[in-house]
Design a binder for this molecule. Sequence first.
Ligand code: PLP
Length: 598
Amino acid sequence: MKYPENMLEVCELLPDYMGFIFWEKSARYFDGIIPELPKSIKKVGVFVNASLEEILKKIEMHDLQAIQLHGTESVEFCENLKKNIPNLIDIIKVFSILDTFDFDLLKPYEKVCDYFLFDTKGKLPGGNGTSFDWKVLEKYPSTKPFFLSGGIGMDNIEAINEILKTNLPIYAIDVNSKFEIEPGLKNIQLCRDATHYVSTIKKIKMSYNVNEKGYYGEFGGAYIPEMLYPNVEELRQKYLEITAQPEFKAEFDQLLKDYVGRPSPLYFAKRLSEKYNTKVYLKREDLNHTGAHKINNTIGQILVAKKLGKKRIIAETGAGQHGVATATVCALMGLECIVYMGEIDIARQAPNVARMKMLGAEVRAALSGSRTLKDATNEAIRDWINNPVDTHYIIGSAIGPHPYPDMVTRFQSVISEEIKWQLKEKEGRENPDYVVACIGGGSNAAGTYYHFLHEPEVSIIAVEAAGKGVNSGHSAATSKLGKVGVIHGCKTLLMQTPDGQITEPYSISAGLDYPGVGPMHAHLALTGRAEFFSVTDDDAMKAGLELCKLEGIIPAIESSHALAVLNDKNFKPEDIVVISLSGRGDKDLNTYIDYFKL
Ligand SMILES: *Cc1c(COP(=O)(O)O)cnc(C)c1O
């Protein structure tokens, strides 16, 4: 901005930041006095290769709250600047993009600035009025929030709506030359239109993705013993960089295709649809190799482990499903595999123990405490602390300390990615009216929801296990019974006694028998983005048997919980309801036999 009167007009629209260019060669060069602005608007000084003294002088003179560096300022310069200004002043480093960009350049800047700003490379720094291909940003390997800039105008504002639906950590939209009458003079009517548009999409954009610190709203984070910090930190620093590499993506995709058997079909369940008078599609994760969605995550994580140079894999397992999925990928990659399992669970889950052994894994019994999942987790963590250099710990759901929930979610997000194009083929539209999934820790659900989180017309339904009834004392209905607490290294909703002891959960299905939910789901519950249902053992078993009779598919009992929603909610005949069939029922045959006295 250049003209005080114009500044005050723009202020009425309450932007978050207002910028002043202190580079003499710019047509927008400002050397006047900034009038008093509302306190909520941060004043940004824009500099191009200015000296530290010059910047400090302008901060003092104009009471600037942010510094935008538009030149070729080095990492050392930013670091020195940071040391010399109050912490509250934001440092925004600009990078100009043409058609490609080497994102490796950003890494050293992450620690020395608060935000990045991406604009279009032109002859002079800034204000060219042309936009770069935002697709370049698909490879953004960071969670550092950034300003999106470069040729944004009312003619391409729809594209902003689209890019805001992605998981990119877009912090702000920089509107400049296309909203001007002349350099430095804003067209108020255009600014008003843009403000209206952006504030509408801002409401939708309420983020359901993880932020830079590892939080979904108030949930998430990394609550870990100090001795574990180096291991988790190594992963946090590298996971996005590794998974954004084209070779990584190519190998992951190829294994999902040839080894897992993806894409899994999106099956229109005709007879089920007729019975409930709505359109039901089943996402057939039950057809994956090893019989459930868990393999998507273990393949992703073992590839990350390899890139980190790890030689040894550990995991914990309750019912044994995650142990089997981990043992499978270790055999595939020829890595040593140790699975911790409670002594009681080893006795209860003999077939899965046998599978793990056949696949070459060592199953180690956890002998302490209640000798179940919680104790196996403690043993696995102890192992990791003792073997930080050569070992990767594969967590089996969208839980654990940051970055695990986000990493697992991204690997599972292939589920919703496929749903989009499969539904487009079958129904001519990408978005269903509902997506439904069961939640234990929340990995199949997170993957099923992921690409729909920011599509407001898609309703999200989460189904947890009510066991013998929500208030029976035998359930796993965390969204109804849980309080904020820490489990597995993250802050989330957790079933606990008034003095904070974790309550023993119960469900007929082993995979839903977990006392918490992943932090993303706690956030979806709290914000109301997802509607939570609690389904009893009896209702789930009935729904499972119904799918056998109507469609010839024997579902996992976990997935049967999701199916039971068809009884609990009235869908309209024209609604498209996509249900995640997370796994097949083979593993549950004994439970079905006992329950139905077959
Ligand atoms: C493990 C499992 C689940 C529950 O785990 P999430 O992480 O909540 O998806 C659900 N369905 C099946 C078939 C499973 O094996």
